[in-house]
Design a protein around this ligand. Structure first.
Ligand code: ATP
Length: 360
C-alpha cells in the first residue's frame, strides 16, 4: 500500500478558491505557505466502509496517484504531492489556469483548421506519451482537456483526470465499461478487451466535434448513442462540414475505425498529412479551411448547460441523501424509544440504496 504524507495539508498550503468539482470531491487552489507558489488541490473523499457508495476507495486513489507519478509530460497535469487523513486524500497538482480547451475555442471569432491542429498535436503528444508507457486514459473528453494559460501566445494543453486510467501489463486482457457515452469506443460497449487504441477513438470523436460542432454518434438518448457507435453510424453531413478539408475527414475516418488494430496510433496521427503536411498544397488547404465555429459555439453552450444541470442534479441528490440519513437517524432514535415494529420501507440503507440505483 502506498504511503502518503500524513501531515495536514493546511500546514503547508493555504486553501483558496474552488476551481472545479468532480464526482469524488472538489478541486481548490492551494498557495504554498513558504514561497507562495500556487497549485491545485484535488480533495478526494474516502469511502467510510465497504458497503458505502459515497466517496472513493483508497485503492482507486492510490491507482490514480501511481499513474500520475509515472506521467511527466508537458501536456499532462503534473502531480507534486499527496496528503492523507482519515476522511480524505489530497492530490497536490499543477495549477491549470486556462480553463477548458473547448471554452477557449468557443470564445473566438474565427478558428482555422491550422489553429485547431496546434491543439490537437499537443493532445496527441500527451496521449502518445501515455501510450508509450502502456497507459490508457479511458476518459478523454472536452472536460478533461484544459489549457495551462489562455493568455499565453501558445497556450499549452494539459490532460487531466486519470481516475479511469489503466496501465497494461504485458499480455494483459483488460475489459471495463467505463467512460462517457458520446466518446466511448465500440469495444467498451461490447465489453471486449480494451487497449490504448480505445483513447484514439475518443480523439477521433473530439476532432469531429471540434471541426463541426456536432457529435458523430449522438442519439436522442444514451441508448441510441451507444447503438449508433456499435453500428458505426456516422457521416460527414455537408451542412456542418462544408468548411472542412478532405484531409481532416480522412484523419477522422482513420480513427473512427471499429477494429482497434486498424486505428491510427498517436504517433501515426502526428505523421498524418493533415497534421504534418508533406506538400505546400496540403499546408495551404489547412489554412483555407476553418472550423464550423457558429455550430461549435452552440454545441459548447449545450454541453456547459448539461454539465451545470448534472451538477445541480448531483447536489440535489446529495442533499436528499443527507436529509434521508438525518431522517433515518431520527427514526432510529424514535424507534429505539417507542416502537416495536419496523417498517422496511423506511429502513435507511434500503432507502439510500434504492435512491442511488434508480438514479444512477
Ligand atoms: P469526474 O467527476 O469527471 O470523475 P474528478 O472527481 O476525477 O472528476 P477532475 O476531473 O480531476 O475530478 O476535476 C474536476 C474539475 O476540477 C475539472 O473539471 C476542472 O474544472 C477542475 N480541475 C481539475 N484539475 C485542475 C487543475 N489541476 N487546475 C485547475 N482546475 C482543475
Amino acid at each position: 500500500m502506498a504511503q502518503f504524507r500524513l501531515q495536514n495539508v493546511e500546514d503547508f498550503y493555504e486553501i483558496g478558491e474552488l476551481l472545479g468539482s468532480g464526482h469524488f470531491g472538489q478541486v481548490r487552489e492551494l498557495r504554498e505557505r513558504t514561497g507562495g507558489t500556487c497549485w491545485a488541490g484535488k480533495f478526494v473523499k474516502l469511502r467510510r466502509s465497504a458497503s458505502s457508495r459515497l466517496g472513493m476507495e483508497r485503492k482507486s486513489v492510490e491507482h490514480e496517484v501511481t499513474i500520475l507519478q509515472s506521467l511527466q509530460h508537458v501536456n499532462i497535469m503534473a502531480l507534486r504531492d499527496v496528503f492523507e487523513s482519515r476522511a480524505e486524500i489530497v492530490l497536490v497538482v499543477e495549477l491549470i489556469r486556462g480553463g477548458e480547451l473547448f471554452d477557449f475555442i468557443a470564445a473566438k471569432e474565427n478558428v482555422t483548421e491550422n489553429e485547431a491542429i496546434d491543439f490537437l498535436k499537443q493532445i496527441l503528444k500527451g496521449a502518445g506519451f501515455m501510450h508509450s508507457k502502456q497507459i490508457a486514459h479511458f476518459d478523454l473528453k472536452p472536460e478533461n482537456i484544459m489549457l495551462s494559460d489562455k493568455n499565453a501566445e501558445h497556450p499549452e494543453i494539459k490532460i487531466i483526470d486519470f481516475g479511469l486510467a489503466h496501465r497494461f501489463n504485458p499480455g494483459e486482457e483488460y475489459k471495463s465499461l467505463c467512460g462517457t457515452p458520446q466518446y466511448i469506443a465500440p469495444e467498451v460497449i461490447n465489453y471486449e478487451p480494451l487497449s490504448v487504441a480505445t483513447d484514439m477513438w475518443s480523439i477521433g470523436v473530439i476532432t469531429y466535434i471540434l471541426l463541426s460542432g456536432i457529435s458523430p454518434f449522438q442519439g436522442e438518448n444514451d441508448e441510441e448513442t451507444l447503438r449508433n457507435i456499435v453500428d458505426m453510424k456516422y457521416d460527414f453531413d455537408e451542412h456542418y462540414f462544408s468548411q472542412t478539408s478532405d484531409m481532416a475527414k480522412d484523419f477522422i475516418e482513420k480513427l473512427l475505425v471499429k477494429d482497434q488494430s486498424e486505428r491510427l496510433t498517436a504517433e501515426e496521427c502526428l505523421l498524418h498529412p493533415w497534421i504534418k503536411p508533406l506538400t505546400r498544397t496540403q499546408a495551404a488547404n489547412r489554412n483555407r479551411s476553418s472550423i464550423n465555429l457558429k455550430n461549435f459555439k452552440k454545441f459548447n453552450a449545450r454541453r456547459k448547460w448539461k454539465m451545470s444541470y448534472n451538477m445541480v442534479w448531483a447536489c440535489n441528490r446529495l442533499c436528499r441523501l443527507q436529509l434521508l440519513c438525518k431522517t433515518a437517524k431520527e427514526n432510529e432514535e424514535l424507534r429505539s424509544c417507542e416502537s416495536d415494529q419496523e417498517d422496511t420501507e423506511t429502513k435507511p440503507a434500503s432507502l439510500i440504496r434504492r435512491r442511488l440505483s434508480s438514479s444512477s
